[in-house]
Design a protein around this ligand. Structure first.
Ligand SMILES: [Zn+2]
Length: 437
């Protein structure tokens, strides 16, 4: 009897150890986890055998996602998201970027797990630009700075009605320094920072809504095309809120692009190192609520109804985020654990590896042709052999996004990138014919 019990316990131990294991694989300079360990950990339905020519679905208790090999594009419950690096397939093994495991997938699949809640006590509303800084300009005298300000005023009226305290970073047409804007949020405990902008593109055809969270440490910005450009290692004050930044950003994004009426085209939840996002010591988001360079969206933005609609979408997103920070922690955790893998022990939910510091990473692993020295890994993480075929795919450096460091937005220009980059990188940038992204 005792022997039987011992066997049973040993069996349980072996099972839970297996479930806590992440298979980490290095491709070039980027760490990946295997799709198999991802499926197992989150109890998702989906095959680990993936056809690289087609997109694939993974379904869990809280929703389903759609991914494609060699693409950074991800769809989650009907909305579009951009991963930091493309999904890879090496020797038939499908791989997901490790930084996205921690900073994108985990907040979506376990929004209430482990990270302390930050109850929302107020909102710093930031109408972008002002004074001599006009921002984007549409035809027929519509300035971005004015549209931003008008939407901001409409938003604070909605917040007022809901009893949510707010502060504007500017209450008239003046220029306010980025640092001073962010400071308004840093100075107020429990406030979030919401920056309102409108977009422009060299093509008048480009339309739609994109919503930005600060790029996590070690993650390239979306505009970099998935390559590491050298500014990723730095950590900014805003990075301590990565989890909340992302939840807030996607809440606002979803409120707009999944709206039942007038929904703008979905350009995705993106990441960037905009100065206001870097500096705010508070959960932060930057909204690009449409293209003033597109005649149709510019015409819409000239109507009060549409500007009110934009303000309402942002407001609804803020409310959804607020609720997410009030939800009890246990419920969602159990939901993920129980519905999909009833046999699993709850202990496995503690096992998402922290994204470890680059200082731990041995350069030898990047050297062409060789697996190099074994790299130290976080506890509970096992590291299989690095496939030799992929250790040469070290992405070239693209310096174009360096301007972001100075708070200057760089526009995505995949066409130019595709021409300058090697085949590997061209494949990494999803280009839809007839679309400008
Ligand atoms: Zn702007």
């Amino acid at each position: 009897m005792i022997r039987l019990l011992a066997f049973f316990l040993l069996g349980l131990l072996a099972q839970s150890r297996a479930e806590e294991t992440w298979d980490v694989v290095r491709v070039g300079r980027v760490d990946y986890v295997t799709l198999a360990s991802f499926l197992k950990f989150y109890g998702l339905k989906g095959s680990e055998e993936v056809n690289p020519q087609r997109s694939f679905d993974l379904t869990g208790s809280s929703g389903s996602m759609n991914l494609s090999v060699d693409s950074r594009e991800m769809r989650w419950k009907g909305a579009r998201y951009w991963l930091s690096h493309p999904v890879r397939q090496v020797n038939g093994v499908t791989l997901l970027p490790r930084v996205d495991l921690v900073k994108t997938f985990d907040p979506l699949l376990r929004p209430n797990a482990e990270i302390p809640k930050q109850p929302l006590l107020g909102v710093v509303v930031d109408p972008g630009h002002g004074g001599g800084d006009q921002g984007t300009r549409a035809a027929r005298r519509l300035n971005e700075k004015d549209a931003n300000f008008d939407v901001a005023r409409r938003l604070v009226r909605l917040l007022d009605k809901a009893g949510i305290p707010w502060v504007l970073t500017r209450n008239r047409d003046i220029y306010v320094d980025h640092a001073d804007r962010s400071k308004k949020a840093s100075d107020r405990r429990g406030y979030i920072f919401v920056s309102i902008h409108f977009n422009e593109d060299s093509s008048r055809e480009t339309t739609g809504w994109e919503t930005y969270a600060l790029s996590p440490q070690y993650a390239p910005s979306t505009s970099s095309g998935g390559t590491l450009i050298g500014d990723e290692d730095e950590i900014w004050p805003g990075n301590q809120f990565d989890h909340q930044n992302f939840l807030l950003t996607q809440a606002i994004h979803r409120a707009a692009v999944l709206s039942k009426s007038n929904a703008p085209a979905d350009r995705g939840v993106k990441r960037a190192r905009f100065k206001v996002l870097r500096l705010a010591r508070a959960p932060s988001v930057l909204v690009e609520g449409g293209f003033m360079s597109n005649p149709r969206e510019a015409a819409l933005l000239k109507t009060e109804e549409y500007r009110q609609q934009v303000a309402r979408w942002i407001f609804e997103g803020i409310l959804a985020y607020k609720r997410s920070q009030e939800a009890p922690e246990e419920s969602a955790r159990l939901k993920v654990a129980v519905t999909e893998t009833p046999q699993a022990s709850p202990a496995k939910l503690e096992g998402v590896p922290d994204f470890r510091s680059k200082a731990d990473v041995s350069d030898a692993a990047v050297a062409p042709g060789g697996a190099g020295q074994p790299t130290p890994v976080a506890p509970g993480v096992s590291r299989p052999e690095i496939p030799k075929t992929v250790s040469k795919t070290n992405p070239p450096v693209d310096s174009s996004a360096a301007a972001e460091r100075n708070g200057i937005k760089t526009k995505e220009n995949p066409v130019r990138k595709a021409q300058s980059g090697e085949l590997e990188i061209r494949k990494a940038i999803p280009v839809t014919p007839g679309k400008t992204e």
